[in-house]
Ligand binder design. Structure first.
Ligand code: AMP
Length: 432
C-alpha cells in the first residue's frame, strides 16, 4: 500500500517547533492589543465572487492560484455555489465589516486575524500552498479618521515594534504610494503606452502582464527584464496633489517616531485593491521570497464589494517566513528549538498505583506544574530512562510512599534524592 503523505505545498508543524509558532502568535496578540486591535475570525472558505471582485480577476492569485470548487446543492431549496478557500484575508474582513454593519458604529474598526490561507503556487523555500498569515486592518467611515496618514504611520510603527519585540533584526521597510483610484488609470495608460513597443522583448510572463495588468510588470523580479523596467514611467509623477501630501505626511510621521524606511517607486504589489500607501517589510535572510509581510491602503475596497465608503489600511505577514527568519537567527545562537523539560516525571511503582498516581498528577498540575505521567507497568529502570529524557525530576510513588504520604524525588541534574511530604511537593518542585 502506498503511504499517504501531506499534500505538496502543505506540511505538518510538530512540537517543539510549534512552541515557536505559539510565541510569535502570542507576541502579535500582545503587541496588537496595545494598539487596541481586537481579533476577528472569518470562515476559511467564501463565495468565489468575493475574491474575484475584491482581489481582482486579473491578479495572479485569482486567475491561477485559487482552490475553487462547485458546492453542489443538497436540497431543492438550495442553489449550488462556487466556493473558494481563502487566498488572503482582507476581502473576508471587509465582507464581515459590511455584513455586520460595523461602519454604523461611526468608529474606526481595528481588527486582526491569525489563520491559514491557500494558494496553488509553485512550492519552494518560504512558499507553500497552505501558509499562515497574521494580519490586521484598520477600517472605518471617513468621519472616524480612516483616511488619515496617521493611521498608515501607526500601523507601520506597530509592525516595527512587533518585529523588534520578537527579536527580528535586519528588516527593511520599503514603501511607496500608488495614488488614488483616479490617479491610477492615467498611470496604467502611460505604462501601457510605454510597454507597447518593448513588450515583445520581455519574458512571456511579463508580456502577458503587459496586456492584462501592466502594474504587475513593475513587481516582476525577472533580471532579464530589469533594463526595460528601469525605463518605464514612475507612478510618483502621476500622483495628484492630495496623494502626494498624504504620502509626505506618512513619511513625516515615520520620521518623527524614528522608524526607518526606504521609498521604492516600483512597489505596487500584486493585489488590485491597493490605493495610496503600499509597503513591504523585507528580510535578507529569506532568499528569493524575501517579503516578510506586505500591505497597504485600500480606500475603495468596501465599495467594490457593494458596501459603504470605508477607507482602510492593513497588512498580512507570512507566519511561515517569520518563523524561518527566527529559526535562522536563533539557530545561529542557541540551536534548533528544544523540547521544554517537564518539571517532573511521576512514576507509579506497579499497576495498582496508576490511579493514585493520576490523582497526584492532577494535584500537581493544578498547581501549574508540568508533569509527565509514567505507567505502573514500567520497570523502575525504564521509568528512570524515560524520565531523564523528559523531565528535570522523577517522583517515585510506591506502596510505601502512598501509605506514608512522603514521596521520593530525584533531581536528574544534581543526582540528589530527597524525601518530601506530599503537602510540600508542589512548592518544592516549583522552587527547584
Ligand atoms: P500577499 O497577501 O501576497 O500580500 O502576501 C503577504 C505575505 O504573506 C507575504 O509577504 C508572505 O510573507 C506571505 N505569503 C504570501 N504567499 C505565501 C506563500 N505561498 N507561502 C508562504 N507565505 C506566503
Amino acid at each position: 500500500m502506498t503511504l499517504l503523505k501531506a499534500v505538496r505545498g502543505t506540511r505538518d508543524l510538530l512540537p517543539p517547533e510549534t512552541e515557536l509558532w505559539d510565541r510569535v502568535e502570542s507576541t502579535a496578540r500582545r503587541v496588537f492589543a496595545r494598539y487596541n486591535f481586537g481579533e476577528i475570525r472569518t470562515p476559511v472558505f467564501e463565495d468565489t465572487q468575493l475574491f474575484a471582485r475584491g482581489v481582482g480577476e486579473e491578479t495572479d492569485i485569482v486567475s491561477k492560484e485559487m482552490y475553487t470548487w462547485e458546492d453542489r446543492a443538497r436540497a431543492q431549496s438550495e442553489k449550488s455555489q462556487s466556493l473558494t478557500l481563502r487566498p488572503e484575508n482582507t476581502a473576508g474582513v471587509v465582507r464581515a465589516y459590511i455584513e455586520h454593519k460595523l461602519g454604523e458604529t461611526g468608529l474606526l474598526q481595528k481588527l486582526y486575524y491569525i489563520g491559514p490561507q491557500f494558494r496553488r503556487e509553485r512550492p519552494q523555500k518560504g512558499r507553500y500552498r497552505q501558509f499562515w498569515q497574521i494580519g490586521a486592518e484598520a477600517i472605518g467611515p471617513p468621519s472616524a479618521g480612516s483616511e488619515s496618514p496617521l493611521r498608515d504611520a501607526e500601523v507601520l510603527e506597530m509592525l516595527a515594534s512587533f518585529l523588534d519585540e520578537l527579536g527580528i533584526t535586519g528588516w527593511t521597510l520599503v514603501l511607496n504610494s500608488v495614488g488614488s483610484a483616479s490617479d491610477r488609470p492615467k498611470y496604467v495608460a502611460a505604462l501601457r503606452d510605454a510597454l507597447a513597443p518593448v513588450k515583445d522583448q520581455m519574458s512571456p510572463d511579463n508580456q502577458r502582464r503587459a496586456e492584462t495588468n501592466p502594474l504587475r510588470v513593475l513587481d516582476s523580479k525577472d533580471p532579464a527584464d530589469e533594463a526595460i523596467i528601469a525605463t518605464l514611467p514612475k507612478i510618483a509623477d502621476y500622483l495628484d496633489d492630495e496623494s502626494k501630501a498624504h504620502f509626505a505626511a506618512v513619511l513625516a510621521a515615520l520620521d518623527a517616531c524614528g522608524v526607518k524606511y526606504e521609498v521604492n517607486p516600483r512597489l505596487v504589489r500584486g493585489l488590485d485593491y491597493y490605493t495610496r500607501t503600499t509597503f513591504e517589510f523585507t528580510h535578507g535572510g529569506l532568499g528569493a521570497q524575501n517579503a516578510l509581510l506586505g500591505g497597504g491602503r485600500y480606500d475603495g475596497l468596501s465599495e467594490m464589494l457593494g458596501g459603504p465608503k470605508a477607507p482602510g489600511i492593513g497588512f498580512a505577514m507570512g507566519l511561515d517566513r517569520l518563523i524561518l527568519t527566527l529559526k535562522t537567527a536563533e539557530g545561529a545562537s542557541s540551536g534548533a528549538p528544544q523540547f521544554a523539560l517537564a518539571d517532573a516525571f511521576l512514576a507509579p511503582l506497579g499497576e495498582a498505583l496508576n490511579a493514585p498516581a493520576l490523582e497526584l498528577a492532577r494535584e500537581l498540575r493544578r498547581h501549574g506544574l508540568r508533569i509527565e505521567l509514567g505507567d505502573g507497568t514500567f520497570r523502575l529502570r525504564k521509568s528512570f530512562e524515560i524520565g531523564n529524557k523528559l523531565a528535570h525530576n522523577i517522583i517515585l510513588l510506591g506502596e510505601d510512599e502512598q501509605a506514608s504520604g512522603i514521596l521520593t524525588v530525584k533531581n536528574f541534574a544534581t543526582g540528589e534524592q530527597t524525601k518530601i511530604p506530599r503537602g510540600e511537593l508542589a512548592q518544592t518542585l516549583k522552587n527547584s
